[in-house]
Design a protein around this ligand. Structure first.
Ligand SMILES: Nc1ncnc2c1ncn2[C@@H]1O[C@H](COP(=O)(O)OP(=O)(O)OP(=O)(O)O)[C@@H](O)[C@H]1O
Ligand SMILES: [Mg+2]
Length: 274
């Protein structure tokens, strides 16, 4: 056992030919925490995740995962991690259950069938589990992909934009699954373009911009960077998500998470300039 942080990145640089994407990235992720890496399209989030998951070599700097250097001991890093990439990596020909069993077998676990059934249940895929993945919706694939990455309980999980393209209900299911993981002691580094996702999930949030981490802190610390908010009473307009849950209500899907309306506020706050 090591007491090193789950992830430590120091001065990491990466270029693709003349394109200098990462220009000295520093960050630390504590064990058992959820860390959200925010950044716009092309900021380099996936590039950093690929370096940390040993799929890509950095040009400079150092990075370690679970106390192990990614450049010198990539094999040991791979034993400690699992990666759910930005694009679902599931086998179309196999059923959902078969995909899960395949990973359980590859990880040499006992009773792959039971592992598959437990995960299908946890991700509300029990009914669809016997169907070929080719017939799954985007959200179902995404949930299956995440479920596959949980097999074997790796201590560190990378989720690259885990909820992009999901409907609000599926997003909440994924959020619950991520929270559950962290509750079990798994370290999660996720990338996202959604501030609300980072707000919901993350213990710490960092923003990658022009090759560097320009902000890194807890949500409260990040909010403190803005000018003080002024309370302004406005008529509350429902968000599309509120409407979605009001209409779909109890009949929507088979999950029981009732976090509907969580994003709504009694009144909105708006920061003032000057
Ligand atoms: N293999 C590659 N060869 C050349 N350029 C690349 C390669 N991979 C990424 N890039 C470029 O590097 C930059 C960062 O890409 P990256 O995929 O890391 O961004 P990202 O933050 O994950 O973006 P997104 O939010 O769109 O997923 C982009 O400008 C991209 O075009
Ligand atoms: Mg990306």
């Amino acid at each position: 056992m090591t007491t090193a942080p789950a992830i430590r990145v120091k001065g990491v640089e990466k270029s693709y030919k003349e394109l200098h994407v990462l220009r000295g990235v520093d960050l630390t992720v504590e064990r058992g925490s959820i860390f959200a890496l925010l950044g716009s399209n092309g900021a380099g989030k996936t590039t950093l995740v690929r370096i940390l998951s040993t799929l890509l070599r950095a040009d400079g700097g150092t990075a370690s995962v679970d106390g192990v250097d990614v450049a010198t001991q990539p094999g040991n890093v791979r034993e400690a991690i699992s990666l759910t990439g930005q694009f679902a990596a599931v086998d179309e020909i196999l059923s959902g259950r078969e995909n899960l069993m395949l990973v359980a077998r590859l990880r040499h676990l006992k009773d792959p069938g039971a592992i598959a059934d437990e995960l299908l249940n946890r991700f509300s895929l029990t009914d669809a589990g016997g169907r070929k993945v080719a017939t799954f919706s985007g959200g179902m694939r995404r949930r299956l992909d995440i479920a596959m990455s949980l097999i074997g309980d790796p201590p560190v999980i990378f989720l690259d934009e885990p909820t992009t393209g999901l409907d609000p209900e599926a997003r909440i299911e994924v959020w619950e699954a991520v929270k559950d993981l962290a509750g079990r002691g798994t370290t999660v580094l996720l990338t996202t373009q959604y501030l609300d996702e980072a707000e919901q999930l993350a213990d710490r949030i960092a923003i990658l911009h022009q090759g560097r981490i320009i902000v890194n802190g807890t949500l409260a610390e990040l909010k403190a960077l803005l000018p003080p908010a002024e309370v302004e009473y406005v008529e509350k307009q429902p968000s599309l998500e509120d409407i979605f849950f009001a209409v779909v209500g109890d009949t929507g899907g088979n999950n029981k998470s009732s976090t509907a309306g969580q994003g709504t506020r009694e009144h909105k706050t708006r920061s003032t300039k000057g």
